[in-house]
Design a protein around this ligand. Structure first.
Ligand code: XIL
Length: 372
C-alpha cells in the first residue's frame, strides 16, 4: 500500500517536472486581450503535417485559413461549393478552443473568373455582381455562423496612394462595394467580428486611407471591429518607427490594430521583383536566393531581435491579435513570393519544426511585457 502511494507520488512529481520543463506557450504568455495565432492549411488539419499541427495546438489560441476559405477554393463554380476542407479547418479550431478567423470574403485575387464575367457575354453589371457577392457571403458566413468568430470582409481594396484599387469590384459595383460587403456579412452573422484587411498600412497614405474608409463605414452604421495590417515585412523594411506610427494612428482612430499575416522576409529585396517578367525573375532569383543551405547565425539573431522589437510595439499599442502567416519555415509562401523557387526563413520554427532564436525572443518580450 505504502509502496503504491510512494510510486504514485513519484509519478506525479515526474509529470509536474516534465510540465515545468516545457517552456510556456506564446498564448499563455500573452497579456489579456491579445490573441496569438497562425495561418494554417489543409495539411495541418488532415494529419499530413503533424509537426506544424502540434505547434499550433500548443502555442496558439487563434487560427486563420491561409487558403481554404478563399472564393476560388470554397465556391469554384456558381452552383458548387466545396466546404469539406473549410469544415475541417473550423472543426480543428473549435475543437482546440481557438478563436477561428475567416479569410477572406471579398478580394480581387484567388477569385474565379466566373464571378467577374457578365451574363450571356454582356458586360458585368452592378446588380449581377452584387447578387453574386450576397449569395457568396450569405452561404459561407451563414454556414459557419457562431463558429467563425471574425471575418476579413474586404481584403486589399486600396492602392499604395490611398485611392480605391481598380478592380472589377469597383468597376462593376462602384465605390459602395466595400460597404455592401460589410452589410451582407453583418446580415449573415450579426455576432461575428468584421475586419478590413490590407498590406503596407505602415505607409502613411495607405494607412490614413484605410482609417478613412473604415470611419466612412462606421458613419453608415456598419459594424467594423478592426483594421488588419497584414505585416508581410522584411528584415530591411519597414523601419520600426513607421510601424510605431502606424499602430499609434490605427489605435487613435478608435479601431483595434490587428496584425493578421505576420512574416519577416530575410532575403534581399529588389524593387523590380514584383512586376518582373520571367527572364528578369530568373536573374533576381539567382541574385537574391542568398541562403540556400541555411540561415547564418548573424541573420538568425537579427531576425530574433526584429521580432522582439515588433512584439514590443504590438504590446505598446494594444494589438488585439497577432497571426503569423504560417507555422514553420517548411511551408511558408515566401519560398515562392514574390520570386518563385527561393529558400526563405521568415517564421519562428525552422524547416524541421525546431524552435528558432526568434521564438525565445518573442516569448521573452511577452513574459516581461516589454512595451517599446
Ligand atoms: C497567399 C497564400 O499564403 C498562398 O499560399 C497563396 O498561394 C496566395 O495567397 N495577402 C493575403 C493572403 O491576404 O491571402 C495571401 O496568401 C498573402 C498576401
Amino acid at each position: 500500500m505504502r509502496r503504491t502511494l510512494m510510486s504514485s507520488l513519484c509519478l506525479l512529481l515526474c509529470a509536474a517536472a516534465a510540465l515545468a520543463a516545457e517552456p510556456p506557450s506564446l498564448k499563455s504568455l500573452a497579456p489579456p486581450g491579445l490573441r496569438i495565432g497562425a495561418a494554417i492549411n489543409r495539411t495541418q488539419t488532415n494529419g499530413n503535417d503533424p509537426i506544424a499541427a502540434a505547434i499550433v495546438i500548443l502555442q496558439f489560441d487563434t487560427v486563420t485559413a491561409e487558403n481554404d476559405l478563399k472564393w476560388e477554393r470554397i465556391h469554384p463554380e456558381p452552383e458548387r461549393f466545396d466546404f469539406e476542407p473549410a469544415d475541417r479547418y473550423v472543426d480543428f479550431g473549435t475543437t482546440n478552443g481557438m478563436f477561428v478567423v475567416g479569410h477572406a470574403l471579398l478580394w480581387h485575387q484567388q477569385t474565379p473568373a466566373w464571378v467577374f464575367a457578365g451574363e450571356g457575354g454582356k458586360k458585368l453589371d452592378r446588380e449581377t455582381l452584387l447578387a453574386r457577392l450576397r449569395t457568396h457571403i450569405a452561404t459561407v458566413v451563414g454556414r459557419y455562423k457562431g463558429r467563425i468568430g471574425g471575418w476579413d470582409v474586404v481584403n486589399e481594396a486600396l492602392e499604395e496612394d490611398g485611392t480605391l484599387r481598380k478592380t472589377p469590384w469597383l468597376e462593376a459595383i462602384g465605390e459602395d462595394y466595400v460597404a455592401k460587403a460589410f452589410e451582407f456579412a453583418r446580415e449573415a452573422d450579426p455576432a461575428a467580428e468584421l475586419y478590413y484587411n490590407d498590406y503596407n498600412l505602415w505607409k502613411p497614405a495607405k494607412r490614413d486611407a484605410a482609417i478613412r474608409l473604415v470611419q466612412g463605414l462606421k458613419a453608415r452604421g456598419l459594424r467594423v471591429d478592426g483594421i488588419g495590417e497584414q505585416a508581410h515585412w522584411g528584415v530591411d523594411d519597414p523601419p520600426l518607427e513607421a510601424i510605431d506610427a502606424a499602430l499609434a494612428a490605427l489605435r487613435a482612430s478608435g479601431t483595434t490594430p490587428l496584425i493578421t499575416e505576420l512574416d519577416m522576409d530575410v532575403l534581399p529585396r529588389d524593387p523590380d521583383m514584383w512586376g518582373a517578367d520571367l527572364a528578369k525573375k530568373a536573374r533576381i532569383r539567382a541574385a537574391t536566393n542568398v541562403y540556400p543551405d541555411g540561415l547564418p547565425p548573424a541573420v538568425q539573431e537579427r531576425l530574433a531581435r526584429l521580432y522582439a522589437d515588433c512584439f514590443a510595439l504590438f504590446l505598446k499599442h494594444g494589438a488585439g491579435r497577432v497571426t503569423f502567416w504560417g507555422v514553420t519555415d517548411a511551408t511558408t509562401w515566401l519560398h515562392d513570393f514574390p520570386i518563385p523557387g527561393r529558400v526563405n526563413y521568415p517564421l519562428l520554427w525552422d524547416h524541421a519544426g525546431r524552435e528558432k532564436p526568434a521564438l525565445a525572443a518573442v516569448a521573452e518580450v511577452l513574459r516581461n511585457n516589454v512595451r517599446r
